[in-house]
Design a protein around this ligand. Sequence first.
Ligand SMILES: [Cu+2]
Length: 326
Amino acid sequence: MPRRLLLKRALTLSMLAAVEQLIPACAVTPTTSVSPAVPTPLSGDVIDLTINKQWFGLDGQTAPAMTFNGSIPGPVVHLKEGQQATLRVTNCLEESTSIHWHGILLPDLMDGVPGVSFADIKPGTTFTYRFPVKQSGTYWFHSHSGGQEILGLYAPIIIDPLTPDPFRYEREYVVMLSDWSFESPETLFSNLKKQAGYYNFQKRTAGEFFTDVRRLGFWPAIQNYLMWDRMRMDPTDFADVTSYSLTYLMNGLSPIGNWTGLFRPGERVRLRFINAAPTIFYDVRIPGLTMTVVQADGQNIQPVVVEEIRMGVAETESERESPHPL
Ligand SMILES: [Cu+2]
């Protein structure tokens, strides 16, 4: 090839590469519907996450949502204890964003509260999070800006330990519990600001007051009501927002979506439960099976055999099931 032609081609190629770097990843990502397919886990020295606004469909209804790499929940970020994590987060939204790496030990500059420990990720820009991975287990991450987490910005983190975990399993699944509302986060918040029990339809009645008077006496009954009134709560208020507004999700699917994890008979299955719901407690049970809890919030524990576990907001737990009927 003549030298001049070679130089010309080399110049064109380097110009193209330079132009490509100028275009943020968002400019080439279409705004489409959220994919129902399970995304491939992300691993390696450099992990790229893109935050987009997309349409999320649930049981025949559709609404605007936010996604990590096009899915809800976002893809599993798979790290190894001892590695240096590099996560490039590109914000394709029209508003600022930020990430909180939930339960991860890291320098404060690498963690989410905008305006406290770091600025925020402005629209159309990429922020590179870098931190040494000093732990192992099941964790997760979510947006730390406005109502973005509720709109779909949450995803699991699995960190492989340096030395193998002290329990065996043949197969594993992440089970990310969350919820979805067709009311916007702003509407939910303003309703709760106006009336704390806005979504609670199980309030105490006048009849119950008289039952309490008979049971406790008049003044103790009054004092009980005043106590709850001072706290601006109802004794029947289990969650700020209830199923009146929420659809409960398992790995991004509604109960009708019927999330399914396959296994062979006799296999031990490790289920990595993560409660990514903003206010809902989940009671987890597999009818007819006992579970052995082997890890809680990323820490290996003395195994406990249970029939049901209660998962608080933001908790993560690993259960090992022996799929034999009780
Ligand atoms: Cu968190």
